[in-house]
Design a protein around this ligand. Structure first.
Ligand code: IMP
Length: 505
């Protein structure tokens, strides 16, 4: 991680951002596709790719966390949920690979096809099969893709258009994925298998694609715990707030809790970390955010299993402008990685925020980060919470800072993240902004492009793994005109690509 570079910057009291630097290239012996991206989130939580989704209410709930773990990364469920709901989100990730959807999205027998299609569009559901229930929660049929296609009159109800109960194959609670697969294979063609209790109420559902994946064992790239479940982390607050969440999260099998505050070098974080480490084993405690070497040393003393760096680099962040404090992200990562490496008990360092291009991920890892946490790059994908809406001709989704005015107004957790939980109504001081981002389809495409860019970068530096990259990294500083040179120029109507939307960082 090129220690002299960061030491020189420190001597000169300088802080650099990702666009200010580039990596020296080197001799490459293997193709980028063979590079290993394995790394760690915290002492006991490994990652197969160095990518973690941000603990934000417009980025990570169970759907994003499932997708992240399936691709080898990790999702951190945001802390703006009440303890029970947050634990449920963790449970959904943990149960995902068993294939059972515990609370399937259903429609009522009295809903019209038009109502269902409208809901499907506004909620952005990407599946086409819905169990149909009556007023008592009893399964009465299934609306399948074919049923929708053949319902030429959209004003008829599901009861009229559906495949009715007596034509269905179903199972009872506790049915194994193997048995579910057999049943679905024999019944043919239906993409789901509803599970019903003795009273006929819908209590779960298997989806064919998931069951097939489990049966075929196509899960080598997944980030799995020792019981074969997807890994997941959850963000928490400090003191009593942490203790309201942690027992429920642990019960559902959370792999790591992340004390998620804007400034984590405080007496409250110290007490929370020390108490959690004393009271619970089997769950890693990660602290964030900080940006200073002394803070890293203190976190390690308090028993943290990982630390997260980032005070001011976020795309929706105004902290540095509002407070005058924080540090540019590239230098903060390098400084903090040195502090961890020089301690008796090094822990993984995460780089949180400010990643605009895949090349920034290469730079963050080369500077000593074990992974990056990203928000804006994932915002607008199908797996993020929230509904889509139209802005002019473009379909968009909301992306907002957890310290934005609206997040602070709606959520005590957001106010607490910025130590403003006691601020009178309407008197909070925002440290973030909000806005719309274009919808971007499945997150799998974004992850593939980001990891592809990282692999190419590691190949150009001539490295084969994350530790190798950190060992061989050699940075050069860029002048403002050199930064400009890195961007395309001279084209009228330049076409955006998925990894270069067109703006200058
Ligand atoms: P991005 O990937 O550049 O969009 O940054 C995401 C990161 O910004 C998150 O993981 C948080 O650490 C941080 N963040 C989230 N909300 C806010 C905010 O309102 N103000 C400052 N930082 C924020």
């Amino acid at each position: 991680m090129h220690r002299e570079f960061f030491e020189l910057m420190a001597e000169q009291f300088q802080g650099l951002a990702f666009p200010d630097v580039t990596l020296k290239t080197g001799f490459s012996q293997i193709p980028p596709s063979l590079v290993s991206l394995e790394t760690r989130f915290s002492r006991n939580v490994p990652l197969k790719i160095p990518l973690v989704s941000a603990a934000m209410d417009t980025v990570t709930e169970s759907e994003m966390a499932i997708a992240m773990a399936i691709h080898g990364g990790l999702g951190v469920i945001h802390r703006g949920l009440d303890p029970k709901r947050q634990a449920q989100e963790v449970a959904r990730v943990k149960h995902h690979l068993h294939g059972v959807i515990e609370r399937p999205i259903t429609v009522r027998d009295t809903d019209t096809i038009e109502q269902i299609l409208n809901r499907k569009r506004t909620k952005n559901y990407r599946f086409n099969t819905f169990p149909v229930i009556d007023g008592n929660g009893k399964l009465v049929g299934l609306m399948t893709e074919t049923d929708f296609a053949f319902a030429s009159d959209k004003s008829v109800t599901a009861a009229v258009a559906m495949t009715s109960f007596n034509e269905l194959v179903y199972g009872s609670p506790g049915l194994s994925p193997q048995d579910a697969w057999e049943k679905m294979r024999q019944s043919g063609k239906k993409k789901v298998l509803p599970l019903i209790d003795p009273e006929g109420r819908l209590v779960g559902m298997y989806v064919f694609a998931d069951v097939q994946r489990i049966i075929s064992g196509d899960a080598n790239a997944y980030n799995l715990d020792s019981k074969g479940r997807l890994r997941v982390a959850a963000a928490i607050g400090v003191l009593d707030d942490a203790y309201e969440h942690v027992p429920l999260l642990i019960k559902e099998g959370v792999d790591a809790v992340v004390v998620d505050v804007a400034h984590a070098d405080t007496i409250d974080v110290k007490e929370t970390c020390q108490c959690l480490k004393r009271d619970y084993s089997g769950v890693d405690v990660v602290l964030g955010n900080i940006s200073d070497q002394d803070s890293v040393k203190r976190h390690i003393e308090w028993g943290a299993d990982g630390v997260k760096i980032g005070q001011g680099p976020g795309s929706i962040c105004t902290t540095r402008l509002v407070t005058g404090a924080g540090f540019p992200q590239f230098t903060a990562i390098g400084d903090c990685a040195i502090a961890s490496m020089d301690s008796d008990d090094p822990v993984p360092i995460g780089g949180d925020g400010g990643i605009k291009y895949s090349g920034h991920i290469t730079l963050a890892l080369a500077a000593g980060a074990s992974y990056v946490m990203v928000g804006s790059l994932l915002a607008g994908t199908d797996e993020t919470p929230g509904e889509t809406h139209k802005r002019g001709e473009i379909r968009v989704k909301r992306y907002r800072g957890m310290g934005s005015a609206s997040a602070m107004a709606e959520s005590r957790a957001s106010r607490a993240r910025y130590r403003q939980e006691d601020a009178p109504q309407g008197k909070t001081v925002p440290e973030g902004v909000e806005g719309d981002v274009p919808t971007r389809g499945p997150v799998s495409k974004v992850i593939a492009v980001l990891m592809g860019g990282l692999r190419s970068g590691m190949g150009m530096v001539g490295t084969v793994s994350v530790p190798d990259l950190q060992g061989k990294a050699h940075f050069k500083r860029l002048t403002p005109s050199a930064q400009g040179e890195g961007h395309p120029s001279g084209l009228l109507g330049m076409e955006a690509t998925s990894n270069y939307p067109g703006g200058v960082s």
